[in-house]
Write a protein that binds this ligand. Structure first.
Ligand SMILES: NC(=O)c1ccc[n+]([C@@H]2O[C@H](COP(=O)([O-])OP(=O)(O)OC[C@H]3O[C@@H](n4cnc5c(N)ncnc54)[C@H](OP(=O)(O)O)[C@@H]3O)[C@@H](O)[C@H]2O)c1
Length: 275
């Protein structure tokens, strides 16, 4: 079940992963085991989620060989800069007790401190060393991407961004498509808020699917990768089973009409500078 997206270097990455934000460190291994048993192979964490040790235990204890798993972690805002990013990466590996990650992302651009270019150069080095198999960014806007690509010639494999029916980010996705960057949706279910939308609910009822499945399929059908957070086995299974049907053009158009100028609920990447 599930499918892959193809990264710019031609390698495959699972299109659906499990987000583990807000899952307490001690609970993560069991949640990952449940997910792996269902077929999940990708997991998304970050030092700021304070569960990297549990995620590392989950990677070792989920019953799937390491080389079949895809682990993403991120560089937190307070650790940006070339030397600091390299140190922070080592600390993540130590917390995870792993010798590589599959994807390492700069969590936010934090333009105010203006260190994301130096951070990106550190990630390029980590990829060359093979300790980060893939490198990318999160919450970057086109002008941030232009800068890191222009200065280094290295295109991020992925930009992980807030994306759900009320905040569809069409312009940014078009930029990604032009550059071969995978769009990955964080909070794809609008943190649960998108599930009650009557348009989504109507499509779900007609197709005999759940609202979560309709939203996730709307994304994956367009080549977007997704990392819904789900803590119950039922939700995890339901989300993975969203690959089992297709939406037609009318349903896709109806969901596209839900895009809203004020639909973002997360921070503005241009100003977010939490340390
Ligand atoms: N890069 C960034 O800046 C950034 C920012 C925020 C989040 N993220 C990543 O994105 C991941 C997901 O984001 P999120 O947790 O904010 O929001 P989300 O995935 O949109 O929504 C999670 C909520 O949806 C519920 N849910 C999941 N599957 C469901 C289903 N099939 N039916 C009904 N409810 C369902 C979950 O409930 P249960 O837990 O009860 O299943 C939870 O309350 C995070 O874990 C994190 O890895 C990244």
């Amino acid at each position: 079940m599930g499918t892959d997206v193809i990264l710019p270097d031609g390698s495959a990455f699972p299109q659906m992963g499990m987000g583990v934000m807000l899952i307490p460190d001690a609970d993560v291994p069991a949640a990952m085991r449940t997910a792996a048993d269902l077929g999940y192979r990708a997991f998304d964490t970050a030092p700021v989620y304070r569960n990297e040790p549990g995620v590392g235990n989950g990677i070792r204890g989920c019953g799937v060989p390491r080389e079949q798993l895809f682990l993403t972690t991120k560089l937190w805002n307070s650790r940006q800069g070339y030397d600091e990013a390299l140190k922070a990466f080592d600390e993540s590996l130590a917390a995870l007790r792993l010798d590589y990650v599959d994807l390492y992302l700069i969590h936010w651009p934090v333009p105010r401190q203006d260190r994301y270019l130096e951070s990106w150069k550190a990630l390029v080095r980590l990829k060359e060393e093979g300790r980060a198999r893939q490198i990318g960014v999160s919450n970057f806007l086109p002008h941030h991407l232009d800068r890191i690509i222009g200065e280094t010639g290295v295109v991020p494999a992925m930009n992980q961004i807030e994306l759900h029916p009320a905040w569809q980010q069409r312009e940014l996705r078009a930029y990604h498509a032009r550059h071969g960057i995978i769009t990955e949706a964080w909070s794809p279910l609008g943190r649960g808020g998108a599930l009650a939308d009557p348009v989504i609910a109507g499509i779900a009822a007609r197709l005999g699917r759940s609202p979560a499945q309709v939203i996730l399929r709307w994304m994956t059908q367009q080549g977007i990768s997704v990392i819904p957070k789900a803590s119950s086995q039922g939700h995890l299974r339901e989300n993975l089973e969203s690959f089992g049907f297709d939406l037609d053009a009318a349903d896709i158009a109806a969901i596209e009409a839900l895009d809203a100028a004020a639909g973002r609920f997360g921070p503005d990447p241009e100003t977010f500078d939490m340390m």
